[in-house]
Ligand binder design. Structure first.
Ligand SMILES: Cc1ncc(COP(=O)(O)O)c(C=O)c1O
Length: 471
């Protein structure tokens, strides 16, 4: 076997990685640099003879490092990004080093078992039905896709149709019921599944983005046949939780009326709330659903990328995802990861979940939920108290919606000015949204590393720039 100077490569990567991690408290959260500058720094085309690996890694860190956004910074509040838990970081180094193709048990039994355990621990920690099946995918998008593929299988099978074998042509129609404020990835998954983005019944939401139960009840009463319904555990804008008990009751009534029904929960933002006793009041009935999707790379703080698909009905999940090929070593009694995900060859991304859950423990996971929610409220309280902003949502979890008050009425322009100024200063990053037709600033506190001081620094920068912009 050819040998490499692994030490030299590790030295180059390791010292750059440590520099990056140690710089997180102080480095600008958002990098400076225009497109031409970045291109000039990175545009070193491959030569005929190539470059020594350690040198490439050294130069990669030198050239690309300055243009990396500090997503793992405690003051990155944009989108719903999540931080980098140290246990996940370490596990990811090993996963890359071991270089396993984690599709099947026989070629890589160790990581297959680690992923199986990670899935079981997650079910226990989130109090979801034991015996549910779990697949580790690339993100919330693919987790939702996976769960809705299982849903499609199940509701059509109940109508005597085998969608995996016969496709959708000529199949009994499925009615998909989606809340108005569902994340874009739900409709995108429906597109991938041949169910169509527009061919859905859209249920209006209340002002907090909760599905309106009266409208849902009416819609379900007026339809018959195979039905898939999606709701949310943590709305992208408001962080709100749908009323799961009421939704489950309506779904049960719909089933009792003879309609095959599957309810999916998009929990990309806040499924982990189920680990926190303090959130119990919001989550009654969550365990009565048919499937749940969430992200490892958001609040769980595992490294990108990692999503998790969970199904109460393993047979449907398996039927929708499993695959056979004559050259594969299949049919052992062990769990083959590829049977629960759309990928064939795959990274052992569940190992990072294994490590992070072990490191956090039950209390650590609950604390992560409570702390990020408390810090979101700290933002909301202080910004509201300043008189310069109005908090638009009820802050029930880690998401805050902020309307900056412009004396000239251009609230939208002011929000963009303030977000941009704070980002250029490098103090913090926030992102915007259009909510109910209005441009607002969104705050997401989803990093384990964020502390009170990070929040206070960000608030100081926001209010200082707000004062400056409105002077
Ligand atoms: C509610 C919700 N669902 C799904 C997604 C998609 O997740 P991912 O980006 O991991 O695919 C997001 C992403 O922010 C989300 O907020």
């Amino acid at each position: 076997m050819y040998r490499s100077d692994w030490e030299a490569v590790l030295d180059a990567a390791g010292s750059a990685a440590l520099d990056h991690l140690n710089s997180l408290p102080d480095r600008p959260v958002y990098p400076q640099g225009s497109y031409p500058e970045i291109l000039a720094a990175l545009d070193h085309p491959p030569t005929d003879t190539g470059v020594d690996a350690a040198q490439v890694v050294h130069e990669l860190a030198r050239d690309l490092g300055p243009y990396v956004t500090a997503h793992a910074s405690g003051r990155y509040f944009g989108f719903v990004i999540g931080g980098l838990h140290p246990a996940s970081w370490g596990a990811e180094i090993l996963v890359s080093t071991w270089d396993q193709n984690a599709g099947l048990y026989p070629p890589t039994p160790g990581v297959a078992v680690a992923e199986e355990l990670a899935g079981q621990w997650l079910l226990e920690m989130l109090d979801l039905p034991s015996g549910s099946s779990v697949g580790f995918v690339t993100g919330g998008q693919m987790a939702t896709f996976t769960c809705l593929a299982a849903a499609r299988h199940q509701v059509l099978r109940a109508a005597g149709w085998d969608v995996e074998a016969d496709g959708l042509t000529g199949a009994p129609p499925i009615t998909v019921v989606v809340k108005e404020d569902a994340h874009a990835t739900v409709r995108r998954a429906l597109r991938f599944l041949g169910l169509g983005e527009r061919a859905v019944i859209t249920i209006p939401c209340d002002e907090q983005s909760n599905i309106r139960l009266d409208a849902l009840e009416q819609a379900l009463q007026s339809l018959t046949g195979p039905t898939i319904l999606t709701v949310e555990c943590g709305n992208i804008n408001t962080g709100a939780f749908d009323n799961f008990t009421a939704v489950a009751d309506l779904a049960d009534a719909h089933r009792a009326a003879g309609n095959a029904t599957w309810v999916h929960v998009d929990g990309a933002v806040m499924l982990l709330a189920a680990a926190a006793p303090s959130m119990a009041a919001h989550l009654q009935g969550l365990d009565r659903m048919d499937s749940w999707s969430t992200d490892g790379h958001k609040l769980l703080n595992v490294a990108y990328d990692c999503g998790i698909a969970i199904c109460r009905h393993p047979a449907a999940h398996h039927a929708a995802m499993s695959v056979q090929a004559s050259y594969l070593d299949q049919g052992t009694s062990a769990r083959d990861p590829m049977d629960w995900v759309p990928e064939f060859s795959r990274r052992a991304r569940g190992v990072s979940v294994y490590a992070t859950l072990r490191s956090l423990g039950r209390h650590g996971l609950a604390d992560l939920v409570d702390r990020t929610t408390r810090l979101a409220r700290r933002f909301a309280d202080q910004l509201a108290a300043s008189g310069r902003a109005v908090i638009v949502n009820d802050v029930v979890s880690n998401q805050v919606l902020v309307r900056w008050l412009a004396p000239d009425g251009d609230h939208r322009g002011l929000a963009d000015t303030i977000m941009s100024a704070v980002r250029v200063e490098g103090v913090a990053v926030f992102s915007g949204t259009t909510y109910r037709g209005e441009r607002l600033m969104r705050i997401s506190v989803s990093n384990w590393a964020t502390d009170d001081d990070d929040v206070d620094q960000a608030i100081e920068a926001l209010l200082r720039n707000a004062a400056h912009a409105t002077a």
